[in-house]
Design a protein around this ligand. Structure first.
Ligand code: PEP
Ligand code: MN
Length: 351
């Protein structure tokens, strides 16, 4: 990773470093941060002669070659100082709560708008709403392009950023063009490396964040971080990691709750962790406990399916959406947990 002396390399300087690294079969991926750009060297970046040649350039401040499979997402990476800002909120500075319906019902746009206003009122910082849905059965409602306008109306009416899942290139293009703030990669696509690369390329420099769910089949923590590395290596380091329960399920829950991997993720990667308790436990009545547990484990936030009238919802909403009233209480308790957590951070520093 090349850290320039100025905020950015000029195009001439970029050409010069690109030419050098290509001689060693590497390539440069510029990554724009809020204050400065850094330049990832992708490939075998630990080649001493290459590093020395780059360090010899008078516009290069440092060359950071960390010993990790995750060059960009590792806690030791230069990017660890990178801040992800969504709708004016920096993730990690206060609990980042995303809430809203599982699915937008195109026949019922007013329900979604009502939910959007209610979750804002409850204190959510972003609104979720599925325009397109990955459904187990091909005959179930798959979502509809027309719901994108409803999502945009909710964004305009509330002023909050919005999140939706994309599963293919068509949806990705529509969502990027529409100005969706957070693109969700679902558990079924979490290891679809072609899609991850495409998303990273298409969202690079666009200030769009990617919420990457953990795959359903429980893989090692490193596999999850490696998937986020694909998005960053393609140009977008604004990745949020989202544990959402895994398979095989825990009897009684929809999946096997996995919010407890948060501290393990935090030890290895700087990426914020936004836990999804809704898909993890799969029943509205269990969601508040799972959300509070996630926050106690050190998550930066949660994404919670919420519906103003769950019984009128479609997709997951009738069974696992909480109401805005419950969300209001839950956010207040999450704020308390956030405060309590700071005691233990201090203890850890003293130890
Ligand atoms: C969702 O968020 O509604 C969803 C389908 O999530 P997952 O990909 O985690 O199943
Ligand atoms: Mn859902």
């Amino acid at each position: 990773m090349i850290i320039p002396k100025e905020a950015k390399l000029t195009s001439e300087q970029l050409k010069e470093v690109t030419k050098i690294v290509e001689e060693y079969n590497c390539r440069i991926q510029p990554i724009e941060g809020h204050h400065r750009s850094i330049y990832a060297v992708l490939g075998e970046e630990r080649e001493t002669i290459m590093i020395n040649r780059i360090l010899g350039l008078d516009y290069v401040d440092r060359f950071d070659a960390i010993d990790s499979p995750f060059k960009l997402m590792d806690v030791k990476s230069e990017l660890a100082h990178h801040k992800i800002s969504i709708g004016g909120n920096i993730v990690g500075e206060s609990p980042f709560i995303i809430a809203g319906q599982c699915t937008i019902d195109p026949k019922n746009p007013n329900l979604f708008l009502e939910t959007a206003h209610a979750v804002k009122e409850a204190g959510a910082k972003a609104i979720r709403g599925g325009v397109w849905k990955p459904r187990t059965m091909p005959y179930s409602f798959q979502g509809d392009d027309s719901s994108m306008q409803i999502l945009l109306d909710a964004k305009a009416a509330t002023g909050l950023p919005v999140d939706t899942e994309v599963m293919d290139e068509h949806q990705l293009k529509l969502a990027v063009e529409a100005g969706v703030d957070v693109l969700q990669v679902g558990a079924r696509n979490a290891l679809n490396y072609s899609l991850l690369k495409q998303i990273g390329e298409m969202t690079a420099d666009k200030k769009i964040a990617v919420l990457l769910k953990r795959s359903i089949g429980m893989g090692p923590v490193n596999e999850f971080i490696a998937a986020s590395e694909y998005i960053a290596a393609a140009g977008n380091p604004d990745v949020l990691l989202c544990p959402r329960g895994t398979s095989p399920t825990m009897d009684g829950y929809r999946n096997h709750p996995d919010e407890c991997i948060t501290p393990l993720l935090k030890e290895k990667t700087w990426a914020p962790v936004i836990v999804d308790p809704s898909h993890s436990v799969g029943r509205a009545k269990y969601v508040p406990s799972a959300a509070m547990a996630a926050m106690a484990y050190g998550a930066d936030g949660v994404i919670i399916e919420t519906h103003c009238q769950p019984s009128k919802g479609i997709g997951d909403d009738p069974k696992q959406s909480i109401t805005p009233e419950v969300l209001t209480k839950l956010i207040s308790d999450i704020n308390s947990i956030w405060e309590i957590r700071s005691h233990y951070k201090q203890a850890a520093v003293i130890a």
